[in-house]
Design a protein around this ligand. Structure first.
Ligand SMILES: NC(=O)c1ccc[n+]([C@@H]2O[C@H](COP(=O)([O-])OP(=O)(O)OC[C@H]3O[C@@H](n4cnc5c(N)ncnc54)[C@H](O)[C@@H]3O)[C@@H](O)[C@H]2O)c1
Length: 465
């Protein structure tokens, strides 16, 4: 099949490379010329395990190309995948300007007799219809819009794409000369050609196990938000339980394991920590609240999930203040203090720092006058860019170093924010020798408190006895 992919971020690039690997002819488009130039020269602009190898193979085989010209992507295309960003607007709603702009440009360039527009971006309910209207305004060609939310996880995106738990397909509205229409259980009539094209598109993924679930576009759009909000809710729930553990002398690590052994609950997403971040959970929970608000509903659990997470992202900062006998309402309370931070990415195996708890911590520490020395195995550049925007002139208070132990030299405290594999078993005696202070704050509960204490250091985790 001939595919055009619009947007070469985490989702678009992985989808483009993945579909090319299934033997399709793929053209990836972005408005970011620099990004396309890097991709053309074989450079992968994001950190995603396995992606550079797969990209190189498929580009060399001539199945994968990169362009800034939309006509390249739409020419004779069977499928166009919309994978542009839907960042939060200032009020927390999803900002759909990238989706609408991309849809209109795609519409103007449609050249096939029938094209399926597959929306992989996370978008509010009703967006498929809006996209259909935008495109129908600028073309006479026949097309159908399909909602196909993406569920990949950064850090294991390639594997998730090649072996998805499920593929949700919301067959939405079509326009132009109609094909054979199919009546869904909801009573909605959809273009049957779109369904056939999508089956073919995902044939390789579902060969062993048919995990395609067809539904209407609105249900599909909501499935994405509801899934993310539910996972975020599990994390916030455990963070609340961890807080309770600290007050009543229980150990959340034992509680978590005990809960996770129940097959009805399962062990995933029960890890307490410094709060969830990234480009999806925070923005998607907030956007879901707005979707409900627009029909005058309150989603109390989702609201609480978000509030708990805001509190949790302050956790290490509050613990530090307490341990260093400093108060937030005293300007400069941490001046003269040096704090080491390990882990800047919002989770391991990615360089994505969007809404990362580590950055919130660093901004707060610098705000109270501390100097920060930070280390991350891959997210140094993205973190530096993000901190430059938020700290501006105070960026000089943060040094991002190349080695984990370089960060702790002379520090009063060490805060672990991301559970990178290479930070799980550090040499605590070496840390003790290098530090000026003796406080270790383990924001992910990955260290053994007895080992830390045996090195003469003080240990603080999250909800641990
Ligand atoms: N990152 C994830 O883990 C993840 C997972 C599932 C779903 N999603 C969703 O998928 C969507 C994309 O996420 P992402 O993380 O890949 O975003 P991203 O911000 O990393 O990438 C978006 C890309 O689209 C490009 N773009 C913007 N407007 C364009 C236009 N008009 N034409 C062509 N290109 C354009 C941007 O330059 C950028 O390169 C979002 O809706 C997100 O919520 C993301």
């Amino acid at each position: 099949m001939r595919l055009g992919v619009i947007g070469t971020g985490y989702v678009g690039l992985v989808a483009g490379v993945g579909f090319a690997d299934f033997g399709n002819d793929v053209v990836c488009i972005d408005i970011d010329e620099q990004r396309i130039a890097r991709l053309r020269s074989g450079e992968v602009p994001i950190h995603e395990p396995g992606l550079p190898e797969l990209l190189a193979e498929n580009a060399a085989a001539g199945r994968l190309r990169f362009s800034t010209d939309f006509a390249d992507a739409t020419r004779d295309a069977d499928v166009i995948l919309l994978c542009v960003g839907t960042p939060p607007a200032s009020d927390g709603r999803a900002d759909l300007s990238q989706v609408y702009a991309a849809a209109e440009t795609v519409g103007r360039n449609l050249s096939s007799e029938f094209t399926v527009l597959v929306n992989k971006s996370t978008v509010p309910v009703g967006t498929a219809e809006r996209v259909r209207d935008i495109i129908a305004n600028v073309t006479d060609k026949a097309f159908a819009v399909v909602s196909n939310p993406e569920f990949l996880k950064e850090g294991s995106a390639v594997d998730d794409f090649l072996r998805p738990d499920r593929v949700i397909i919301g067959v939405g509205p079509s326009a132009g000369p109609p094909g054979r229409l199919l009546t869904l259980s909801t009573g909605e009539q959809v273009d049957e050609r779109a369904r056939a094209v999508i089956r073919q598109l995902y044939a390789a993924v579902v060969r062993k196990n048919d995990r395609l679930l067809f539904m209407d576009a609105r249900s599909s759009e909501l499935t994405k938000y509801a899934s993310n909000a539910y996972l975020a809710m599990r994390i916030s729930f455990m963070n609340d339980v961890a807080r309770l553990c600290e007050q009543i002398g229980a150990d959340v690590e034992l509680v978590r394991r005990g809960m996770g052994m129940d097959q009805r609950i399962g062990p995933s997403f029960l890890f307490p920590g410094v709060g969830y971040g990234g480009s999806c959970f925070p923005k998607d929970t907030r956007a879901l609240l707005h979707i409900a608000e627009d029909v005058r509903l309150t989603l109390a659990l989702v609201e609480a999930t978000e509030q708990i997470n805001q509190r949790q992202k302050r956790l290490l900062f509050d613990k530090l203040l307490l341990q260093l006998s400093a108060r937030e309402d005293q300007p400069g309370a941490l001046s003269g203090r040096e704090i080491a931070v390990w882990g800047l990415a919002f989770k391991p195996e990615t360089d994505d720092v969007r809404e990362a708890p580590a950055l919130t911590l660093i901004e707060k520490l610098v705000g109270l006058g501390a100097k920060v020395r930070a280390y991350d195995p891959v997210a140094s550049d993205t973190a530096r860019q993000s901190l430059a925007a938020s700290l501006q002139a105070k960026l000089s208070h943060v040094e991002i170093v190349d080695g984990a132990y370089d960060a702790v030299a002379g520090a009063d405290a060490l805060c672990l924010c991301t559970e990178w594999r290479q930070l799980r078993q550090p040499d605590f005696r070496r840390i003790a020798r290098l530090m000026r202070g003796d406080l270790l704050l383990d924001g992910r509960n990955i260290w053994d408190p007895s080992q830390v204490r045996a090195a003469g250091l003080r240990y603080e985790g999250v909800g641990r006895r």
